[in-house]
Design a protein around this ligand. Sequence first.
Ligand code: SF4
Ligand code: SF4
Length: 203
Amino acid sequence: MSWFLKGIKRGIRTEKFPKEKPLEVAPWSTKIEGEGNVNCPTNAIEDNKWAQEKCVFCRRCFPSYKPTGDVNIFKVEKRNPTFRKSFYIYPIDVGTCGGCNLELKLLTSPQYDMSRFGIFFTNTPRHADALLVMGIMTEGMREALMRAYEAMPEPKLIILLGACAISGGLLGLPPEIKGDVRIAGCPPNPYTILKALVETKGD
Ligand code: SF4
Ligand code: SF4
C-alpha cells in the first residue's frame, strides 16, 4: 500500500531529462571506468580500454572498473531532421531475453513519456521511420527481419538496441543489418534510449 500513497503524494512526475540531469540512474549500463586487467567474458576491456558496445554489464570487472552513472553510451551515425515532429519506431525482437524490451517499453510511461518529443511506436513497418532491432540473430527471425526492413518507406533508419543486437552479447551473433544508431547496455538504461532517440530524430 505504501507505493500507492507515495504515488498520490508525488503525483505524475515526468522527467526533465534530457534537458536536465536524470533524477535517479541505475548505476549499471552506464559508462564504466577503471584500470587493470580483468577476465571480461566479452573482451570489452582490452589494454585498460572499455568498449561500451561489447559490454554485457556482468560486473565481473568490479571493483577494478566501476560504473560512473554517465548514460551517454550510444552512437548516432545517421540522424534525420525529417523526423523532428513525428518519429515512428517499429520494434522487432529477433532473439532477446526480454530485458531490452522491458526497458524500451518504459519510455511510454508517465515518467519518461517519449511522446512529448514526438516519438511513438507503430505496429507495422509500413508506417515506420526507424526499425529498432533487439536481440541476437535467431534463425526463425532472419526472414521476418528482412521483410520488415523491406516493407519500410524511405527514408528509414536502423537502430540496434542492446549488446546482443550490437555485438552478439554473450550468447550469439548480432543481426546481419547495419545500424545507423547503436544504443549500448544490457539492458540499456531508459535514459540512454531516450537521449539516443531524441538525437536521432534531429533535435
Ligand atoms: S561489466 Fe562484464 S562485460 Fe562489462 S567490462 Fe566488466 S567484465 Fe566485461
Ligand atoms: S542485450 Fe542484455 S537485456 Fe538485451 S536482449 Fe541481450 S541479454 Fe537481454
